[in-house]
Design a protein around this ligand. Structure first.
Ligand SMILES: [Zn+2]
Length: 105
């Protein structure tokens, strides 16, 4: 276990102006066990654990150096094959990028 990784009790507070799906998806990738508090007008209005959608576009790089997404100026696209720990399968090359290899764009 890596103690630097965020554990189950991690709570991430986000202001509503930063509450965008792409940001939430980034959090879900980095800290799949975190709870999310959404703060609106200085009050917590929503508490939810973060969850990844079935597909993710952008956000993360494919770990396959030969993947077309790493040589062409295009957006990455992944199927989420595991939520926790998160694992992403590249739509273009089929390579699975696991949490240890996430490079957040
Ligand atoms: Zn790929």
């Amino acid at each position: 276990m890596d103690s630097k990784k965020l554990g189950k009790k991690a709570i991430i507070k986000v202001s509503d102006k930063f509450f965008q799906d792409s940001e939430i998806n980034k959090i879900a990738l980095i800290a799949p066990n975190a709870n999310l508090n959404i703060i609106k007008n200085y009050e917590v209005v929503e508490k939810s654990s973060v969850e990844l959608p079935q597909t993710i576009k952008g956000i993360c790089k494919c770990m396959n150096p030969k993947c077309i997404t790493n040589s062409e100026p295009m957006q990455t696209k992944f199927d989420v094959i595991s939520q926790c720990p998160p694992a992403l399968r590249c739509f273009y090359c089929g390579k699975v990028t696991d949490q240890e290899h996430f490079v957040i764009i």
